[in-house]
Design a protein around this ligand. Structure first.
Ligand SMILES: Cc1cc2nc3c(=O)[nH]c(=O)nc-3n(C[C@H](O)[C@H](O)[C@H](O)COP(=O)(O)O)c2cc1C
Length: 530
C-alpha cells in the first residue's frame, strides 16, 4: 500500500479481501454477545403508530409511474405505513432456540447499523420534533420537541449508522457495509413513499454536521462510548402538500429544540476496536455543497408480468441463502426487465439526482436466449469508451439488446469463477446470474472524498431495486458484500483505481431451508396497538 495515498484510498485498499487473506476482522465471534439490533432511547415520550400490516391497492408495476398514483392523505396511519414499508419488520425466523427479525430493508449480516429518524415541523398527527423509529415496536421515541412553530409544515426522514454494530462482526470492512445499507435504506424509503403516492427528495447539499445536529447524533453524552451514530443523509418526504417545509426551515427550528432521552446500551462487550473506521469516517466527512442536480429524460422500465401489490412485494423481500443450481433458464423478458429497472432514467432513481457512476458486469449462468458468459450493462453511455479502455482487450463489447445498453463481452461457463470471486459462496454460481457493480472510482473520490460513501449508496440502491424486481419476477436475490476485490479486477482486466468493484449481487430460484420456521412480523404486538 502506498503510504502517501489519500486516507480513503488507503482504507479502501486495506479493506480488500484477497484470495490469501480476508480484511482485518475479529478473530473470534461470540454470538451470544451480538449487539442489540434495536436501539432504544430511555427517557423519551413514546408514540405508538397505528397497527402495521395494512395494504394499499397499488400494484408493484404501478411504481413504474408513481406520478399516476393518487397521494394518500398525510395522517398517522400513512406515516406509519411509510416507516413500516421502508424500515419495519417483515418476518421473524427461528432455528432451534435462535430467533431473529427480518426487515423490509436488508442489511449485511442482518446487523442493521442503520437508524431512522422522522422529523416533523407541523403539529398534525406527529408532534413537531425529531422522533426515532423503533422498528421492533413500530413506534416513535420523541428525541426532541421544537418549541417554535414553523411557518410551513414538513416531513423529513434522516438516516444514521452505528458503525460499531457492523464492525462487531466484520471488522475494518464494516464501514463499506454500513454505506451499502444506507443505499438499500434509501431505496426502501423511495419504494415505500411511492406506494403511498408520495416521493422523496434527497437533500444532497447538507453537511454531515447539519444532519448530525438535526438528528441529535452529535450529542455525545446521549450515547455510550463507541455506540454513537454517524450522520448519513436527510430526505424530505413530498406528500400532497404543494409547498412543504425546506431544510432551512428545519435548521431555523433547531435553537428552539428541547432534547430528551439517552440511548440504551447495545449490550455487547467491545472486545475489538477498529480505529480505522473512525479515521475513514472523518476522511469521508461531507461539507455543505451546492446542489448540482443531474437529470435525464425519464423512461419506463420494460414491462413486467407481475400482478402483485407493491406492499406485498416489499414485505415478502428476502435474501436467498441457497439457489437451485438446476433451475430452468430465467425467462429473457424477466432478465431484461430487471436490467431496465436499474437504469438511471427510471422512477426508482429519480430522487438520486447525480450522474450514474456504477455499471454492472454480469456473469450469466442460466438466462434464456443468452450464452453463458460475461456481459455488461452500462448505466451511462459516456462510460463506454473509458470502460472499454480500462477492461480486458479480449472483451467483444457487442450490444445485445435493441433498447438497453447491454453488451456481450465474453463467452464461457463462469460459474466456478463467479463463486470463487464472491468469497467461494455458491449463491454466486447456482443462480441465474450474478454481477459485480463497478464504479467510477479514483478520480471521483480524489475530487470529492465524501463521494466515497455515495458510490456505495448508489450500489445499495441498485441492489434494493434488484431485490424487489427479483421478487416481482418470482425469483429471489441476495446482496453480496464478500468478494475478492482485486481478483474481480483481474478477471475484468482492470489494472488501476479508475474503476473498482464495490458490491456484488445474485439472482436465481431460491431453495427454502425447511429447518427454519417463519412467524408474522408483528405477532408480538398483537392486542397492543390500535
Ligand atoms: C450490503 C449487503 C451485503 C451482503 N452480503 C452478503 C453475502 O456476502 N453473503 C450472503 O449470503 N448474504 C449477504 N447479504 C444478505 C444479508 O445477509 C441479509 O440481507 C440479511 O441476513 C437480512 O436478511 P433479508 O435480506 O432476508 O432480510 C448481504 C446484504 C447486504 C445488504
Amino acid at each position: 500500500m502506498n503510504p502517501d495515498a489519500p486516507p480513503l484510498l488507503s482504507y479502501h485498499q486495506r479493506t480488500k479481501h484477497t484470495l490469501q487473506r480476508y480484511a482485518k476482522g475479529p478473530e473470534t465471534i461470540d454470538w451470544e454477545d451480538q449487539p442489540d439490533p434495536f436501539r432504544r432511547f430511555s427517557g423519551c415520550a413514546v408514540l405508538s403508530l397505528p397497527k402495521p400490516g395494512r395494504d394499499l391497492p397499488v400494484r408493484f408495476t404501478g411504481l413504474d409511474q408513481p406520478q399516476a398514483i393518487a397521494p394518500q392523505p398525510l395522517d398517522s396511519a400513512n406515516i406509519g405505513l411509510l416507516l413500516e414499508l421502508a424500515f419495519g419488520l417483515s418476518a421473524w425466523k427461528q432455528f432451534g432456540p435462535s430467533r431473529w427479525a427480518l426487515r423490509c430493508n436488508p442489511s449485511s449480516g442482518n446487523l442493521h447499523p442503520t437508524e431512522a429518524y422522522l422529523i416533523s415541523t407541523g403539529q398534525d398527527f406527529i408532534p413537531s420534533g425529531v422522533h426515532h423509529y423503533i422498528s421492533h415496536d413500530h413506534s416513535l421515541e420523541q428525541r426532541c420537541q421544537f418549541t417554535e412553530t414553523a411557518v410551513e409544515s414538513g416531513l423529513f426522514v434522516g438516516l444514521s449508522s452505528v458503525h460499531w454494530r457492523e464492525a462487531w462482526k466484520y471488522g475494518e470492512r464494516a464501514y463499506r457495509y454500513c454505506q451499502h445499507d444506507i443505499g438499500h435504506a434509501l431505496g426502501a424509503l423511495r419504494y415505500a413513499a411511492a406506494t403511498l403516492g408520495w416521493s422523496v427528495d434527497i437533500l444532497t447539499e447538507l453537511a454531515d454536521v447539519e444532519i448530525a445536529a438535526l438528528l441529535g447524533v452529535e450529542r455525545h453524552d446521549d450515547f455510550k462510548k463507541h455506540e454513537h451514530e454517524a450522520p448519513d443523509v436527510l430526505c424530505r418526504i413530498r406528500t400532497a402538500d404543494p409547498a412543504p417545509a425546506s431544510y432551512q426551515t428545519l435548521l431555523a427550528l433547531l435553537p428552539s429544540a428541547i432534547w430528551s432521552g439517552k440511548a440504551d446500551s447495545l449490550r455487547a462487550y467491545h472486545l475489538y476496536h477498529w480505529p480505522v473506521i473512525d479515521e475513514v469516517a472523518d476522511a469521508a466527512h461531507k461539507p455543505h455543497t451546492q446542489p448540482a442536480p443531474w437529470q435525464t429524460a425519464p423512461q419506463l422500465p420494460l414491462p413486467s408480468a407481475c400482478q402483485r401489490g407493491a406492499a406485498q412485494i416489499i414485505r415478502q423481500r428476502r435474501s436467498a441463502q441457497q439457489f437451485d443450481g438446476k433451475m430452468p433458464s430465467l425467462p429473457s423478458a424477466d432478465f431484461y426487465r430487471m436490467l431496465s429497472a436499474v437504469l438511471p432514467s427510471t422512477a426508482a432513481f429519480e430522487f438520486w439526482q447525480s450522474a450514474p457512476k456504477v455499471h454492472l458486469f454480469i456473469f450469466v449462468h442460466r438466462v434464456e436466449g443468452l450464452a453463458s458468459g460475461l456481459y455488461a450493462l452500462l448505466r451511462d453511455g459516456v462510460a463506454l469508451k473509458p470502460l472499454q479502455a480500462a477492461t480486458s482487450p479480449l472483451f467483444g463489447w457487442q450490444q445485445r439488446h435493441e433498447s438497453l445498453p447491454f453488451y456481450h463481452l465474453y463467452d464461457g461457463d463462469l460459474r466456478t469463477i463467479a463463486k470463487t470471486l464472491s468469497c467461494h459462496q455458491p449463491i454466486a454460481s447456482d443462480s441465474a446470474f450474478s454481477l459485480a457493480m463497478v464504479a467510477e472510482f479514483g478520480a471521483v473520490i480524489k475530487a470529492e472524498p465524501w463521494q466515497y460513501r455515495r458510490l456505495f449508496w448508489e450500489c445499495g440502491l441498485i441492489g434494493q431495486v434488484l431485490y424487489l424486481e427479483a421478487e416481482a419476477a418470482g425469483v429471489r436475490g441476495t446482496g453480496i458484500g464478500c468478494y475478492f476485490d482485486d481478483s474481480v479486477h483481474e478477471i475484468l482486466g482492470i489494472k488501476d483505481d479508475a474503476f473498482q468493484s464495490l458490491y456484488h449481487f445474485t439472482i436465481g430460484k431460491p431453495l427454502e431451508d425447511s429447518r427454519l420456521q417463519t412467524f408474522p412480523a408483528y405477532g408480538h404486538l398483537q392486542g397492543q396497538q390500535q
